[in-house]
Design a protein around this ligand. Structure first.
Ligand code: 3PG
Length: 306
């Protein structure tokens, strides 16, 4: 009998967990739940005799994998897999998958929600500004970026994008203007919405030079990863430019300092919550569970990332 561990430090909605239970019950797999766990040791104990692992942003390091001799597959219910040591997994013959696109709308709605919140001075009585007619730059046009573009157009914003990995025509088909350089995107747009993954090339890449190109009344929206923003550079920009605002889904390391110094111009969610909707949880849970069943029963590796 296959054993699957659902290890979520930030749990899925109960309806999503019920779906996972249903899918595995049909194929007679055992589901073990480790939700809301608080220490790495709990995860280490949990993986000991399981064949598959479903996670969210939970860190799966080589240390964790060393405790899991039976483990064959890790599925990250969601898009970003920077939390999994993919090289260590490959060395151990463990397949790593993500479930791309399933929570993209939820994240995009939060990005635009933060845009409104920041434009209206964190819902304080001070006179704010509107999104209508403003330019928004989508930095990386993947599933989330595409959804942000759709919603931003509903607000009457002019939508621009930069993504060297996606053909221009594909982005233009969404009635989005494509720019050729990242600098041009930042120079053009008052709002920038980040959708790049966190990796060795992108960490700290949103730096002072890039941010300083943004026009007056600039707002940086980060629903990607805190690590892609260079906090030192951001701090300087916030200091130099009283017109600059930053909203991030998950607090940066220097959150308390930024909150104190730049109150009213910065906003951070206490816990990453872009994907935290019942709908996105169900989508991610169902995709993850089905991918595991398909992997074991049919050898399907469609969403393998390592
Ligand atoms: C993702 O990469 O899919 C999102 O950042 C959501 O992450 P979460 O499942 O940890 O909320």
């Amino acid at each position: 009998m296959k054993r699957v561990l659902l290890a979520t430090e930030k749990p899925f909605a109960a309806s999503a967990v019920a779906k996972i239970e249903e899918i595995f019950a049909k194929v007679n797999y055992e589901l073990i739940k480790l939700e809301n766990y608080a220490s790495v040791d709990e995860l280490k104990n949990g993986v000991k005799d399981v064949h598959a692992l479903i996670i969210r942003s939970d860190k799966v390091t080589s240390e964790i994998m060393a405790e899991a001799p039976e483990l064959k597959i890790v599925v990250r219910g969601g898009a970003g897999y920077d939390n999994v040591d993919c090289n260590a997994a490959s060395e151990k013959g463990i397949t790593v998958m993500n479930t791309p696109g399933v929570n993209a709308n939820a994240v995009a709605e939060l990005a635009m929600g933060m845009a409104v919140y920041v434009a209206r001075n964190l819902f304080t009585p001070k006179s704010g500004s509107e999104l209508l007619g403003k330019k928004i730059g989508i930095h990386a046009y993947g599933n989330v970026g595409k959804n942000v573009a759709r919603i931003a157009k509903g607000f009457g914003m002019e939508v621009y994008a930069f993504d060297p990995f996606i053909k221009k025509e594909i982005i233009e088909a969404d009635d989005v203007k494509v720019v050729d350089t990242v600098e041009e995107l930042y120079k053009t747009c008052q709002y920038i919405s980040l959708h790049i993954p966190a990796n060795e090339h992108t960490k700290k890449s949103i730096n002072k030079n890039l941010l300083s190109l943004m026009p007056k009344g600039a707002t940086l929206l980060n629903t990607a990863r805190k690590e892609v923003v260079c906090e030192e550079g951001l701090k300087i920009i916030l200091e130099e430019r009283p017109d600059f605002k930053y909203a991030s889904d998950i607090a940066p390391d220097s959150a308390s300092e930024l909150n104190e110094k730049f109150a009213g111009r910065v906003f951070f969610t206490p816990k990453k919550m872009g994907a935290q909707t019942g709908e996105a949880n169900v989508n991610a849970a169902v995709a993850a569970a089905n991918q595991i069943v398909n992997f074991f029963e049919n050898g399907d590796i469609t969403f393998k990332v390592n």
